[in-house]
Write a protein that binds this ligand. Structure first.
Ligand code: IVH
Length: 679
């Protein structure tokens, strides 16, 4: 065999292997090899193709990275128009749709039709044309009959196969679906844009559209876009199954990504249940959806029902409440946080968005206000997705009233008048008033008495405001010295409530070292870091005396946290507050410090995968490390235990395969509690 023939065979093997791994990773969501192995094979294939250019076929996995830029988008005529969908905004409209369909089909109003239910992805509709299994063309929907040729960009999307898998596909197969940007990819993209001082995208949909509208596919290739298929357009030279859901299964078998949330149900009431189920999980899906699409599943019935103008009679989009709405910016106010951070807050004309009425939205910091180029009186786009705090995402410039006033950032703290400073590497302005600033005093007290800190029951925000406004308390230590008569003089405080509050304050004095450290409200020191510090040093004295290097040895403590800790521990004011608290009787038992090798999980390697509801993955990792475990990213024979939450994928599979013990979240919490890591 000549060398060239051998190279050809090796290249074919590598292509096959890389395609399979790509399919497992991007279509099945089940990665089977480490990235490094994929990269090694890709490199080897690139080397072979460089040596024998004839081996470099267009559907080679090396050809995804983006070719030379094109000069313009060529128009594409859709032989079969790409339609849109009618909308139903409530159950009644959905029931109407069902009645219309049954009526047209001559069926009883109570008949149960079979429907395919699918999430309505909020991305860009595209058409992929495969000829003899090879991707020939990718196009946008455009106006439905003429779109744009975006083949060069579509080729860079990892879940778009350049070649179909398996066999039995029609010679000509036009697949339709949505290209979208998962939320994580969107956030990453905007974070990078922010760092570079570039314009950020308003939402994942705009980012996906912008990414596909690139003439230079090398840019598109850097965007983590995904493709999900939802129908077949044109096909020739082959047969397809008679039910929509079976067609989708076929597409999946040919290597195309379909939505794993899709279901087949009987009757419109089951469609309603599907809607309710997905609406409840909407915020936790990894991508944006704006509703549910219901399709009559039988393709024969679809044919009989046909179309009206631009939309099929056999499908409907049941929309979710909008996550974006327009409203007017009435004013911008400035709030002062616990650490002095000044946050601009937009006061808005109340608007119903994402299922609630929103009248305030955070504007984050001065950079954000500048980026948005906000003026008072502007019409703004407000977004509230899931439980996320409402955001102002853009200004509708062509609605700007004449003479709209720009937003002026204060020069001094709006509460105490102290100077504001902006650290070199930070976007936020901070009030330098520290303990002098009443806003910071209030926020520090609210934090100190919170349930997860010293847990003083009954000391709500209104009381805290009065205490500070009347000058009764300046620091958290002052809470313990307010005389009974002063408590009684506060609004709505009678004998009984004062007794209760004094008892709660008394009780709060018996605390633990982790709670105490957390309650101090040191910047960047959350509950889990406070716990790690407490277990590492064992006593307040040891922590207070720790050098920066000693602090850095604590799990979860990096240079920034260490710096904030040192600043706190070096400040005479802070230490005076700690001293006053101890004099007031606040106390805690010291913790026995174990050498690293004596920690309960030392020498063990753990892996955390899937979604953890209570602690979250990174917090779980920090807790496990505090107990001496090493937390690794992948499962191997050396793994001691795997913690798996819902949605765990290949790592869980591997653990089962290797017979490695698996804990669910409840068991993990139990373990952490038994070691005193969680309360
Ligand atoms: S079916 C004739 N299925 O919604 C049926 N569309 O408002 C046409 N979309 O342009 C499309 N998810 O971009 C269908 N599961 C889904 C979809 C979906 C999102 C988009 C698509 C279409 C638009 C229509």
């Amino acid at each position: 065999m000549t060398e060239a023939v051998a190279a050809g065979q090796e290249a074919a093997r590598l292509r096959e292997q890389l395609d399979t791994w790509n399919y497992q990773y991007h279509v099945l969501d089940a990665p089977s090899v480490p990235d490094a192995e994929y990269d090694r094979c890709l490199k080897r294939l690139q080397a072979l193709e460089a040596q024998y250019p004839a081996l470099c076929v267009p559907e080679s996995p090396t050809q995804r990275v983006g070719a030379t830029p094109i000069s313009q988008f060529a128009p594409v005529q859709h032989e079969m128009p790409m339609l849109s969908l009618d909308n139903a905004f409530d159950s009644e409209e959905l029931q109407d749709f069902n009645r219309r369909v049954l009526d047209r089909l001559g069926q009883e109003p109570s008949a149960l039709l079979e429907f395919a239910c699918e999430p309505k992805l909020d991305g860009i509709a595209v058409s992929l044309l495969y000829r003899d299994g090879r991707l020939e063309r990718g196009a946008t929907r455009g106006d439905g009959s003429t779109g744009e040729d975006i083949t060069h960009n579509v080729r860079t999307v990892a879940s778009v196969p350049l070649r179909l898998r398996g066999s039995g596909f029609p010679g000509v197969l036009e697949v339709r679906g949505e290209i979208y940007l998962p939320r994580a990819g969107f956030e990453q993209l905007n974070a990078t844009a922010c760092e570079r001082g570039e314009k950020t995208f308003v939402n994942p949909r705009n980012a996906a559209a912008g990414s596909l509208r690139q003439l230079d596919a090398r840019i598109t290739a850097t965007r983590p876009l995904q493709m999900c298929c939802y129908s077949v357009g044109l096909y020739e030279g082959g047969e397809l199954p008679g039910r929509h859901s079976d067609v989708l299964d076929r597409l999946h078998a040919w290597g195309l990504r379909i939505n794993p949330e899709s279901r087949v149900v009987q009757g419109i009431d089951a469609c309603e249940s599907y809607y309710a189920g997905l609406a409840a999980r909407r915020a936790s899906l990894p991508y944006d959806i704006d509703g549910i699409v219901y399709k009559v599943n039988d393709l024969g019935l679809q044919q009989r029902l046909g179309f009206v103008s631009r939309a099929p009679r056999w499908a409907i989009a049941r929309k979710f409440p909008a996550q974006e709405e327009m409203t007017t910016l009435l004013a911008v106010e400035f709030q002062v946080g616990r650490t002095g951070a000044i946050t601009p807050v937009a006061r808005l004309e109340p608007v119903f968005v994402g299922g609630v009425t929103v009248s305030n939205a955070t504007l984050h910091n001065a950079d954000e206000v500048e980026r948005l180029d906000l003026r008072i009186g502007d019409t703004v786009m407000v977004r509230r997705a899931g439980d996320v705090i409402p955001q102002v995402v853009a200004v509708v410039l062509d609605r700007r009233p004449a003479g709209a006033a720009p937003v002026h950032f204060p020069q001094r703290c709006p509460v105490c008048g102290s100077v504001l400073e902006r650290a070199a590497d930070e976007a936020v302005l901070r009030c330098m008033g520290g303990l002098v600033c009443q806003a910071q005093q209030k926020a520090a007290i609210r934090h100190f008495v919170a349930r997860r800190a010293l847990d003083v029951d009954g000391l709500g925000d209104k009381l805290v405001d009065q205490l500070v406004d009347q000058g009764l308390v300046r620091t958290v230590a002052g809470l313990y010295t307010v005389p009974r008569s002063a408590w009684l003089a506060l609004d709505r405080m009678g004998d009984k409530s004062v007794d209760k509050l004094l008892a709660a304050l008394e009780q709060s004095k018996q605390t633990s070292l982790p709670r105490f450290i957390y309650a101090l409200g040191i910047r960047e020191v959350g509950e889990s870091t406070a716990g790690n510090l407490a277990r590492h040093f064992g006593s307040w004295e040891a922590l207070a005396a720790a050098s920066e290097d000693a602090l850095l040895a604590v799990p979860d403590v990096g240079p920034i946290v260490a710096d904030h800790l040192r600043q706190f521990l070096d400040s005479a004011d802070s230490l005076a507050v700690v001293q006053a608290l101890r004099e007031a009787g606040v106390c805690w038992p010291n913790i026995e410090v174990l050498p690293a090798e004596a920690l309960p999980l030392s020498g063990q390697t753990w892996v955390v995968t899937g979604k953890l509801e209570t602690v979250g993955r990174s917090e779980a990792k920090a807790h496990l490390e505090a107990l001496g475990a090493r937390v690794a990213g992948s499962v191997s024979a050396k793994t001691t235990t795997v913690v798996a939450g819902p949605g765990a994928g290949s790592k869980l599979g591997k653990a089962t395969e290797l017979d490695i013990p698996v804990l669910d979240e409840a068991a993990l919490l139990e373990l952490l509690r038994s070691h005193g890591v969680l309360l």
